[in-house]
Design a binder for this molecule. Structure first.
Ligand SMILES: Nc1ncnc2c1ncn2[C@@H]1O[C@H](COP(=O)(O)OP(=O)(O)O)[C@@H](O)[C@H]1O
Ligand SMILES: [Mg+2]
Length: 1018
């Protein structure tokens, strides 16, 4: 697990939202988390641990206590961590339960805790893995492979707790190691072997019990008794078996005989029953004969049915004709009455038409005469309306022109007023151009003066510098002068010594001529003699220095003159400026700007004045132009009005000729239409009455004809009916029926005929059948006698009794026989099973004992594997520790129980100073920090290398460095730096600021009154 990004809000001392991007530190960085005590360094680890597990590192602070008491009420407390695990990235977000202000209204409410775990699937997409606290925590445990306690012991060394792994008991260490190296499989193997061996052993213990159980089931105690009893029982078993077969055969024979006798008995009984049935059947013979006679009478009567039917048909026809005739006569009566009415209607309608029509036609002609006048009236009205419109339009046009004239006059007046205002303005600003010119000159003067001031300052500075230079040059020249003098002096001295060297006692001195030389000049110490050339060059150097000095003196003079000139110029400008000299250039400039603005205003006013003048001229022109159209419009308006009055007179004349009622086309047309309609109504009524009258005539003729036809048919039918009656009487006589009633009684219903025929046929058939059966039995039993059933039954019962007795005897013996045989089989199987078990136990029992440490080296398999791994860890850890303690300490496994003994995972430290081992608990604070650090580093290195284990690619060390002296601290840091190449992220938390020099990649935790903040220094 490597953290990528940690964000938190209102958490511990962090009042606001803070974020650290660990990826900015590089792939596998070694970095420092630095800040004063209480700044919030450990809180960062708490946040990391809380994000993952919902618990803090120390477990002294609970998640819910972590809300920052300085945070703003609306900022919720939460932590979010993005981390890498193998190839995958995950994001987890946790928000502990906390109080927060209600979103609506006052007061507080409880914000429930929240957790979200996502897997990032690239390009900003993520898959939600869980939102339930328990679920997510177990998912994290599964992903990281560590419980929160194990995480604290191997991924972070929390402040004040780094000794924990060092001092952990064998058992605790076994738990951590087996988790880290995933060695549960060995433990599982041990357990499986043990379970297997135990179960085999249990089965073997059950064996004797099983044998005893099998024997008990047949009431025996010894296994040999089974075979003995089987031998003894064998002859009796065989004998009874044979007897049973014989008895069964005898019984079968008796049963067969009894069965045959019973069948014979049944046949005799059948014969008796059939005879009785036949007798009974013959008793119905008389009744059947009667039915046969009724059937033949019916057939005779049916023969003359057609004659009877013909008579009935004719009688019905006669009756129907009578009814038709009656109906026809009634209709005829009605039509006669109708004819009378229609005749009257016709006469009335004809009269009405004749009386009313002339008056209507006359009115029609009168109204038609009005039509032409109405048309003319409409034309006049149209002309009058148009004239009125023209009149109104002319008035509107006139009014518009008048309004336009009025507006133009008002505008002119307005312009006049504006012009007067502008004149006043211009007058007020008339002086401005002159003032501006004057001020511009003053402004330039003032600028010149400022330049002079600046110049003076610069000159003064230069003068100062030149004076300094002059002073230096003077000193230098003096120095050179002195040097030249000294050189000359030494040269003279040298010359004296040279002379003295040539002096010889008794010879005269070339200078003084004395022959005695009591104190000849001595060369000065070992000082080399000064040459003539050296003296010469010293003199030259002195001259150069003097020239330099003279140069600077001239410069000083030049500057002095310039300064004086500057002063004089200043005076001139000041006089020209008078009191304005006191004003600053800015003030002058401001004044100048103000005047410029006024000048602009003045020019604007001038321009505006010209513009307005122009407008005024245009306005006057417009007014002049308007006069002509105005006069034309007035004339047009007058003409239009005259025309309207003329049309109006025409109209009134015509209206006098037309009654008011008929002045519209519509009213006249309506009246005419109504007249046409009335005429039409009269004509139609008359035509309809005529048609109806003719229709009555036609109906009367038709009905009279019908009446005659019906009377003729009636007389014909009466003749036919008489003939039919004679035929019927004749038929009755020939068939022998006395009268109609006698014939009707002989007729049978169709269904009755069917029933009677069936009864007769059925009776005859049955008689035939019974006779056949009786004849058959008679033949069969001709020479048979009824059997003796009782004797036969007794014989069969006796045979059965005997069979059962023998069977019972056999069963008792057979049961025991089978039981014994089964027992023998089960015993054999039990022995075979036991042998197989013993063979298997020899394998599993031995393996289990070895694996669980019960025999052999007395070390369990898992402990053995863990021991080997621990040795690897300790080898690496000791190398680091040896280095950090400058060769003093190494970590070793406790040997108390000898070698890779039973407890096996306890630690000791080997002290090279004494050559002895002692408990790790005896180490000092600083020493145990080093030991713990070495152990953690060794552990993560081995775990990393151990394929299939958990990846420990991150290590945070919270404090502890403060307990080290400077030299040890350097060694520890050097060790860490060396390790950093192993692909691990190592975060060192410390308030010790010297570490900053060594670990330049830093996360600074800054703090003040408002809360802490984070700053990354990559
Ligand atoms: N809920 C909280 N609100 C505000 N400050 C807190 C809260 N909990 C702890 N603190 C303070 O925050 C600081 C946290 O200290 P810690 O992270 O252990 O500091 P460091 O490890 O930098 O020495 C301490 O001063 C502690 O009193
Ligand atoms: Mg701390």
């Amino acid at each position: 697990m490597k953290p990528r990004q940690l964000s938190l809000q209102a958490f511990g001392p962090f009042a606001g939202k803070e974020s650290v991007d660990f990826t900015l530190l590089g792939e596998s960085p070694l970095f420092l988390i630095n800040g004063p005590t209480g700044a919030g360094k450990s809180t960062l680890l708490d946040a990391l641990c809380f994000a993952l597990y919902g618990q803090t590192t120390g477990n002294d602070r609970s998640g819910t206590q972590m809300r920052c008491d300085r945070a703003a009420a609306r900022d919720l407390t939460w932590v979010e961590l993005t981390f890498t695990l193998g190839q995958q990235n995950y994001r987890i977000y946790r928000l502990p339960e906390q109080d927060r202000p209600k979103q609506k209204g006052d007061g507080w409410t409880t914000q429930a805790s929240r957790v979200e775990l996502y897997r990032l699937i690239g390009e900003g997409d993520e898959k939600l893995l869980g939102t339930k606290a328990g679920e997510v925590t177990s998912q994290i445990q599964e992903l990281l492979g560590l419980t929160v306690d194990q995480f604290r012991q191997v991924m972070v060394l929390p402040q004040g707790k780094f000794r924990e792994l060092l001092l952990a008991s064998s058992r605790d260490r076994e738990a951590i190691f087996s988790q880290l190296f995933q060695t549960r499989i060995y433990k599982q193997l041990e357990n499986k072997l043990k379970a297997k061996a135990d179960s085999i052993q249990r089965e073997m213990q059950d064996h004797q019990q099983r044998i005893r159980g099998i024997l008990e089931s047949c009431n025996l105690h010894m296994e040999e008794e089974v075979e003995q009893e089987l031998q003894a029982l064998k002859p009796q078993h065989q004998e009874l078996h044979d007897q049973k077969d014989a008895a069964r055969k005898k019984h079968l024979q008796a049963a067969k005989e009894l069965d045959q006798a019973q069948q014979l008995e049944v046949q005799f009984q059948n014969q008796t029953r059939l005879k009785a049935e036949y007798e009974q059947h013959l008793q119905q013979q008389a009744m059947i004969a009667d039915k046969e006679k009724q059937l033949s009478q019916n057939t005779l009567a049916r023969k003359i049915q057609p004659q009877r039917d013909e008579w009935q048909r004719l009688e019905k026809q006669q009756h129907r004709l009578q009814e038709q005739l009656h109906a026809c006569q009634q209709q005829l009566e009605q039509v006669k009455q109708q004819k009378q009415q229609s005749h009257e209607h016709r006469q009335q309608a004809e009269a009405a038409e004749k009386n009313q029509l002339p008056a209507l036609q006359k009115e029609q002609h009168r109204l038609q005469g009005f039509q032409e006048k109405v048309e003319r009236l409409a034309a006049y009205q149209q002309a009058a309306t148009e004239a009125l419109q023209a009149d109104q339009q002319a008035a509107v046009a006139l009014e518009k022109l008048q309004k336009q004239e009025q507006q133009t006059r008002e505008q002119q007046a307005d312009l006049e007023k504006q012009l007067t205002d502008l004149d006043q303005q211009q007058e007020a600003l008339a002086q401005v151009p002159l003032q501006l010119q004057h001020l511009d000159v003053q402004r330039q003067n003032r600028q010149q003066l400022d330049k002079l001031y600046q110049n003076q300052e610069q000159l003064t500075q230069e003068q100062q510098k030149a004076r300094q230079q002059e002073q230096q040059a003077k000193e230098f020249w003096q120095y050179r002068q002195q040097q030249a003098q000294e050189a000359e002096y030494h040269w003279h001295l040298g010359q004296a010594a040279e002379l003295a060297r040539q002096l010889h006692p008794g010879q005269p001195c070339p200078v003084c001529g004395s022959q005695e030389h009591p104190a000849p000049a001595q060369p000065e110490g070992n000082l080399s003699l000064v040459s003539k050339e050296q003296v010469e060059s010293a003199r030259q150097e002195m001259d150069q220095a003097r020239e330099l000095l003279q140069g600077w003196q001239a410069e000083c003079q030049r500057l002095e003159i310039q300064l004086q000139e500057n002063q004089r110029a200043q005076q001139e400008f000041q006089e020209a400026l008078q009191e304005r000299a006191q004003q600053s250039l800015d003030e002058l400039q401001a004044e100048f700007n103000h005047l410029q603005q006024q000048e602009k205003q003045r020019q604007d006013a001038q321009n505006k004045h010209q513009e307005l003048k122009q407008l005024q001229r245009k306005g006057q022109q417009a007014l002049d132009d308007l006069q002509t159209p105005l006069q034309a419009a007035q004339q047009a308006s007058q003409q239009a009005h005259d025309q309207y009055l003329k049309e109006q007179t025409h109209l009134q004349q015509l209206e006098q000729e037309l009654p008011a009622q008929w002045r519209t086309r519509q009213a006249l047309q309506q009246a005419l239409d109504s007249l046409y309609q009335q005429q039409e109504v009269l004509q139609q009524a008359r035509e309809k009455a005529q048609l109806q009258d003719q229709e009555s005539d036609r109906q009367m003729a038709r009905l009279t004809q019908q009446e005659n036809d019906l009377q003729e048919q009636q007389s014909k039918t009466t003749t036919e009916l008489k003939t039919a009656d004679e035929h019927w009487q004749q038929a009755l006589q020939t068939t022998g029926f006395i009268n109609l009633a006698n014939w009707q009684a002989a007729l049978l219903e169709e269904s009755q005929v069917e029933i009677f025929t069936q009864q007769v046929n059925h009776w005859k058939e049955q008689k035939h059948q019974l006779q056949g059966k009786l004849d058959h039995l008679e033949n069969l039993l001709a020479d048979q006698k009824p059997p003796d059933l009782d004797t036969l039954k007794q014989q069969e019962a006796a045979a059965e009794q005997q069979l059962q007795e023998i069977q019972t005897a056999f069963q008792t013996v057979d049961q025991r026989w089978n039981q014994l045989q089964d027992t023998a089989k089960r015993l054999k199987k039990a022995h075979e099973d036991n042998q197989a078990l013993e063979e298997r136990y020899r394998v599993y029992g031995t393996l289990s004992e070895v694996a669980s440490g019960a025999s052999g080296s007395k070390v369990s398999l898992q402990r053995f594997v863990l021991g080997v791994l621990l040795d690897d860890v300790l080898a690496l850890a000791s190398r680091r520790l040896d280095h950090m303690s400058r060769g003093r300490y190494a970590l070793v496994r406790s040997q108390e129980t000898g070698g890779r003994g039973a407890s096996g995972l306890d630690l000791q430290v080997h002290d090279a100073y004494s050559g002895k081992r002692r408990d790790v608990a005896t180490l000092s604070g600083g020493e145990s920090f080093m030991a713990a650090l070495s152990l953690a580093l060794g552990l993560s290195e081995v775990v990393q290398a151990y394929a299939g284990g958990i990846r420990l690619d991150t290590l945070f060390i919270d404090e502890g460095f403060g307990s080290l002296d400077t030299e040890t601290l350097d060694l520890a840091i050097a060790t860490l730096m060396e390790l950093q190449t192993g692909g691990r992220m190592i975060g060192v938390i410390s308030h010790v600021s010297e570490l900053k020099e060594q670990l330049t990649q830093r996360i600074d935790v800054l703090t003040d009154m408002r809360g802490s903040r984070l700053q990354l220094q990559p």
